[in-house]
Design a binder for this molecule. Sequence first.
Ligand SMILES: *Cc1c(COP(=O)(O)O)cnc(C)c1O
Length: 494
Amino acid sequence: MNYQSTRDAKKIGYSAAQVIKQGLADDGGLFVPDSIPEITKADIDALAKQDYIHRAADIMSRFLTDYTYEELLEDCSNAYSETSFPGGAAPLVPVCDNLYSLELWHGPTAAFKDMALQLMPRLLVRALRKTGEERTALILVATSGDTGKAALEGYRDVDGVKIMVFYPVDGVSRVQKLQMATQEGNNVNVCAIEGNFDDAQTGVKKIFSDREFAEKLNEKGVFLSSANSINLGRLAPQIVYYVSAYCDLINAGKLKNGETFNVCVPTGNFGNIFAAYIAKLMGLPIGKLICASNVNNILTDFLKTGTYDRNRKFHLTMSPSMDILISSNLERLLYFVAGSENTAKYMKELSDNGCYAVSAEEKAEIDKNFVGYYADEKATAECIKEDFLKYGYLHDTHTAVAFCAAKDYVKDTGDTAPMVIDSTASPYKFAADVYESLSGEKPSEALAALDELSSKTNTEIPYPLRGIADRKVNFTKVVKVCEMPDSVLEYISK
Ligand SMILES: *Cc1c(COP(=O)(O)O)cnc(C)c1O
């Protein structure tokens, strides 16, 4: 299988290894597979008998055809080991009626980004070998919280790779800051910047596009690479958990192989829900894909009207990983429903005017598979409280947005097929807001919220967050945006 750009389907394809190493296509488009491998009923029967690691190696091998099954099995075994994901990688937990929580946060940073970022570094190391690369890859990340920590954990102590993460000094939560500042590993660096997330991201983008800087790095045997969610190495591992959840529903006797289920995803950059769409294209019997947003509901509006308009107010919410106005991976959906020429046109309109509208036919195609719902802050908080009191199930703030959306969808349609709802973070990652949603009171202090939430709900703090206040702080540096390039050079010269 080869990969092409969403903006030019006529160019010769790239191998998966090239695509994972490169990240973005030369024309600014995203890489998409030139065909979709089929998953049959018999395949599902076989996969249902396997554990998550083997399911992952099987599905991945259908997309990364220049990797062997054995290579992928080794990488998946290491990525989703009992040490990293105690008790298994993606457990499906019944919550109420036909609603299931697919808990994707049992990994080393307690957020679902671990599902991809524990595997992707291993795929990158192989990609470097497969493409004959001898230089060291330097992963540069600008983060508003979850991605930075998950990338640090994924890349720590990986041979042939270094990683440097920039975060806005006052733009991440106490827990997130501590998670990054206490990072361990012999190839990691963390640096705060004076400014907000946009400043950090702009600074990183500038470094990526600076040819002179690239030459300086090259002289030191280093090249830049990214870990963001548009990389195939982040997308492909996410297809797996939808197949796995379906197998688990069958094994639990909730439906028969061939019967339909629905999926609801708390969405930001549209990566996770797009992976579910790919699973559907493969033949997994997903009925509807419910795209859940917070009050930054640009996707809800797009799915309702066919017009994507980023000229709107940006809201800070208690589900910050979904606070987004440009959903990069939506471009991949456009490619599948509108083709590469129209996709290139829409992306140009988005960059010129902040707005584009798909045709009525394209909209009808999207409607067959997707529906959008959003939940405001009040509804999200109420959902956390209600589901805990009624069912004893504790959501994080992002997951609660998705549960609101799923319930609204069922109410509107009467569609009661089993619904797999992605749970994308441990409630303890957003302990202060979860605590306040439950009790109506603020916790005494941001870090104390973990213990207070634990004693109030009688649930356990997940292993990555236990004792975090007592860990050794390894990184304290704060730089100005203009000093970012120098801090990179300083780091790789060490
Ligand atoms: C990143 C993230 C999301 C959004 O996922 P996308 O793939 O960007 O749509 C949702 N919830 C949490 C907790 C996240 O960290």
